[in-house]
Design a protein around this ligand. Structure first.
Ligand SMILES: [Zn+2]
Length: 213
């Protein structure tokens, strides 16, 4: 396969390849020779091919400048700035993260995601008149987990990258596990009571995968 791509040069320091809406973009420093760009594309052909043919939406867990990043279901271009003051900013299609180091930026970003989820969980608790403990973790292949005996729900903090209705769906789903351990008829009957369009939402959720690199 020979990859068709659009080359975008700028005063960046490293090369990066992005696949967006079926199109390949190569970002390169101004002075990188063409053959190096070609080599880089060739080396990543398999990955590019996979991305071009995968209709699913990838949610990242590491932050890389110029990456596409999801936040509450909307796709943004990630801009990272190392500055003393930490800041979280959304402007047009850009999600801008400021902080003293990439480590502190990642941790602030994670806190931001957890705060959003905490808020949505609080809404669900109020609505259903229940209470339980909440914790966050990074999972590679699940959005949440319920420990009914511990009265605890653990959410993948990347859940905050998804649209609001899918976040709510996952929260309701885990809440039903407090009373129904398995995904059997009774489970879905309970779920339907608090989340009538769960079938549609669970299908939509399948469009999202956590990107493993
Ligand atoms: Zn479940």
């Amino acid at each position: 396969m020979s990859v068709k791509y659009e080359l975008k040069r700028s005063n960046r320091k490293t090369m990066s390849i992005k696949v967006e809406d079926g199109q390949v973009f190569v970002y390169a420093p101004v002075l990188t020779p063409k053959f190096m760009i070609e080599n880089c594309v060739r080396r990543n052909e398999d990955l590019i091919d996979k991305k071009l043919n995968d209709p699913r939406i990838n949610v990242n867990y590491d932050l890389q400048n110029d990456d596409e990043i999801y936040f509450l279901g909307k796709k943004y271009n990630l801009q990272i700035f190392t500055r003393e003051k930490s800041r979280f900013l959304i402007r047009d299609n850009n999600l801008m993260l400021y902080g003293s180091s990439i480590r502190s930026i990642s941790s602030d970003y994670k806190k931001q995601l957890c705060a959003i989820l905490t808020q949505y969980v609080r809404e669900a608790k109020d609505e259903l008149g229940i209470d339980f403990d909440l914790d966050f973790k990074f999972y590679k292949s699940r959005w949440g987990c319920c420990y009914s005996k511990k009265n605890l729900i653990i959410l993948n903090y990347l859940l905050a990258c998804l649209p609001y209705n899918l976040i709510k769906y996952v929260i309701y789903h885990e809440i039903v596990h407090f009373t129904e351990g398995n995904h059997q008829r009774r489970f879905y009957q309970q779920l339907e009571k608090i989340c009538p369009d769960y079938k549609k939402l669970s299908k939509e959720l399948k469009d999202y995968t956590i990107l493993k690199r």
